[in-house]
Ligand binder design. Structure first.
Ligand code: UD1
Length: 416
């Protein structure tokens, strides 16, 4: 298992290129299953989750893979089964439910680990697909879905679920009649998926707002599409600039999609500006802690919560972080505390008392964004930090150690 060894205390300076978005690429790759022609995707990052999705598409009957810098998904005849071995490593595999039901009227998708049908995390997906005429049962750890053609429906989500909105956007694109999704998620990745589907001939409007309208079409064509850049990766490098008092220019970087994050970093004292050359992140003064509440887009993203917590550990004053999207998403806090951070957890809230000089330590990554926060803490800490279990990091960050080293960080990957 690989680990990252970081000698902290270096100020980051230079240019970092932001990769294509993981969370936009995953649903777009899966939506390609529905097309009658070949799909070519640009700006897809080379990540473990992407490799898993490509394997999934191939298993489902659509040969796919990288060809140079692009991903090619070939039209194929679909098989209904997404096996447990793949789904357990990547929850987003449940996104193939909608496309399979829409295309072949049946789907057999392993239930993601640790949850029961009818409860989180896919109950909203299933309930909405049922409204379109699908029937589900649970058998031997698999969700078995079937339908005799999907029909348009008026769906009101209890919560603006990102994956649920994506599943329904795909299903409704090939359904018979009109659909309306209310309280839909508004994340930029939803907009990217809808734009991709429209490039294939779908008729979707209202994406980016909480009411999305879809007129079902009888088939989708192939297309060439450029996936958006990764706003969470960009936010993470903003945090790296901030925590090291650095001066970074992020290229290929989304800007408007990061408004809530940029506004918090500015409130902390980080200077962020954008021009044709990229987004400049400069932290040349003492930073202050802020209060943060994670919310569905356009609120502050839960996927940036762990990273801003790391920055707050070294900023002046104190702040409260409230996590409202996921339960139990403070696992990084215990590890940050081992590096000297002063954090108190109470339910949904984490109180961070800043102003500490973090010290390097061996730490264990527990999930993707938690791993990123430990790398950030390691960059600012005195001495050596070893971040173990970085396979989590490899799911979502392309060449992280290379990008950071190029900006001056002393960080090495060690394969064990
Ligand atoms: C997506 C992102 C993830 C991000 C999250 C929230 C991808 C691949 N992943 O995850 O990085 O952190 O959005 O921005 O794009 N829920 C239910 N029932 C459901 C569906 C969700 O209760 O049927 C709950 C979840 O348990 C969670 C909350 O709703 O507490 C948010 O989930 P959702 O918006 O669906 O996130 P994902 O699509 O899983």
């Amino acid at each position: 298992m690989d680990k990252l060894v970081i000698e902290g205390g270096t100020r980051l300076e230079g240019e970092i290129r932001i990769s294509g978005s993981k969370n936009a690429s995953l649903p777009i790759l899966i939506a390609s299953l529905m097309s009658e022609g070949n799909v070519i995707l640009e700006n897809v990052p080379r990540l473990r989750d992407i490799k898993t999705t490509i394997e999934l598409l191939t298993l489902l009957g659509c040969e796919s893979g990288f060809s140079g810098e692009e991903v090619l998904v070939s039209k194929g005849s679909l098989l209904p089964e997404a096996p447990y071995e793949l789904v357990r490593t990547m929850r987003a595999s449940v996104l193939c439910l909608g496309p399979l039901l829409a295309k072949i009227g049946k789907a057999k998708v392993a239930l993601p680990g640790g949850c029961a049908i009818g409860s989180r995390p896919v109950d909203l997906h299933l309930r909405a697909l049922e409204q379109m005429g699908a029937v589900f049962k649970l058998e031997s750890g698999y969700i078995l879905g079937s339908c005799n053609g999907l029909k348009g429906a008026h769906i009101i989500f209890d919560f603006p679920t990102v994956g649920g909105t994506e599943n329904l956007l795909m299903a409704a694109s090939l359904a018979n009649g009109e659909s309306m999704l209310e309280n839909a998620a508004r994340e930029p990745e939803i907009v990217d998926l809808a734009e991709f589907l429209n490039s294939c001939g779908a008729r979707i409007s209202g994406h980016g707002t909480s009411v999305i309208r879809i007129s079902g079409v009888s088939s989708l064509e192939g297309c060439r599409y450029r996936v958006m850049s990764d706003r969470i990766e960009a936010g993470t490098y903003m945090a790296a600039g901030a925590i090291t008092r650095g001066d970074l220019v992020l290229t290929n970087c989304p800007f408007h999609e990061l408004e809530a994050v940029i506004s918090k970093f500015r409130e902390m004292g980080v200077k962020i500006s954008s021009d044709a050359g990229g987004v400049r992140v400069k932290a040349d003064q003492d930073l202050s802690c802020v209060d943060v509440v994670t919310l569905p887009y356009p609120g502050f993203p839960t996927d940036m919560q762990a990273q801003i917590m790391a920055v707050m550990c070294v900023a002046r004053g104190s702040g409260i972080i409230r996590e409202t999207i996921f339960e139990n998403r403070f696992m990084h806090a215990q590890e940050l505390i081992r590096m000297g951070a002063r954090i108190k957890l109470s339910g949904q809230n984490a109180v961070v008392r800043g102003g500490v000089l973090l010290t390097g330590a061996p730490v264990m990554a527990s999930d993707l964004r938690a791993s990123a926060s430990l790398v950030l803490a390691g960059l600012a800490a005195r001495g050596k930090t070893e971040v173990q279990r970085i396979y989590h990091l490899d799911r979502g960050y392309e060449n992280m150690e290379k990008k950071l080293s190029a900006a001056g960080a002393r960080i090495t990957r060690i394969s064990e």
